[in-house]
Write a protein that binds this ligand. Structure first.
Ligand SMILES: O=C(O)c1ccccc1N[C@@H]1O[C@H](COP(=O)(O)O)[C@@H](O)[C@H]1O
Length: 211
């Protein structure tokens, strides 16, 4: 069954909704974005919400050891997601320092799946997102999903999970599911007026969790 990550949560209400959803992962953005959150706020929300088995993903763009450490002081991340142009060396440093899995985001282009090979043995997972000039993620833009099987195959060879992100909505998720992604990662597609929407989440889950 396809694994689900809901990202870009930015209020207690968002966190409460995701807690009762079927998501496997809950994501918080600690990079410049309208969805950027403060670690202290996340700590406060998590102190009153039970996430049960959901794992917490911290999204960073070009993180340093210091920037990740300042988040970990407050938030018990399970996974670090690197959504920028991080080097293999930086990711290795983060893994050594924090002993946490690191997922590397690859922005889709026709050669991107070959670039995944450079991360073999380093990335503990991949997120393939569509790139857009001026924004690292959360763009609401999808890429041509006929490329999904190539990404899945390379991640499978490396023995790591691979999520598809970018512009996934309740209306198009079925088209993506036809390409059998391991996981999907959604931020803007489950929002209405800048808040996570229960209606949209339910629609997504009717389709994703029935496959
Ligand atoms: O969600 C954001 O605002 C964001 C900002 C900076 C880096 C990553 C961000 N989120 C990631 O973007 C994709 C999903 O985007 P969308 O569904 O198209 O809105 C996902 O990987 C999020 O983790």
């Amino acid at each position: 069954m396809t694994v689900l990550k809901y990202c870009g949560n930015r209020s207690l209400q968002d966190v409460q909704l995701i807690a009762k959803s079927k998501a496997d992962y809950i994501g918080f953005v600690f990079a410049e974005s309208k969805r950027k959150v403060e670690p202290k706020d996340v700590k406060r929300w998590l102190s009153v919400v039970q996430l049960e088995t959901k794992q917490i993903v911290g999204v960073f763009v070009h993180p340093t050891v210091c920037s990740v450490a300042s988040v970990l002081e407050h938030v018990p991340l399970s996974i670090i997601q690197c959504h920028g142009m991080e080097t293999v060396q930086t990711v290795q440093q983060l893994k050594e320092r924090f002993q946490l899995p690191v997922w590397k985001v690859i922005h889709h282009n026709l050669e991107a799946w070959t670039y995944m090979r450079a991360w073999k043995g380093v990335a503990d997972g991949f997120v393939i997102d569509s790139g857009r000039k001026g924004a690292w993620g959360g763009t609401g833009i999808s890429f041509d999903w006929c490329n999904v099987p190539q990404y899945m195959e390379e991640a499978y060879k490396q023995g790591v999970p691979c999520f598809i992100a970018g512009g996934i909505t309740p209306d198009n998720v079925e088209q993506l599911l036809a390409y059998e992604p391991f996981g999907i990662d959604i931020s803007s597609g489950i929002e209405e007026n800048d808040r996570k929407s229960e209606k949209k989440i339910n629609k997504i889950e009717q389709k994703v969790k029935s496959c």
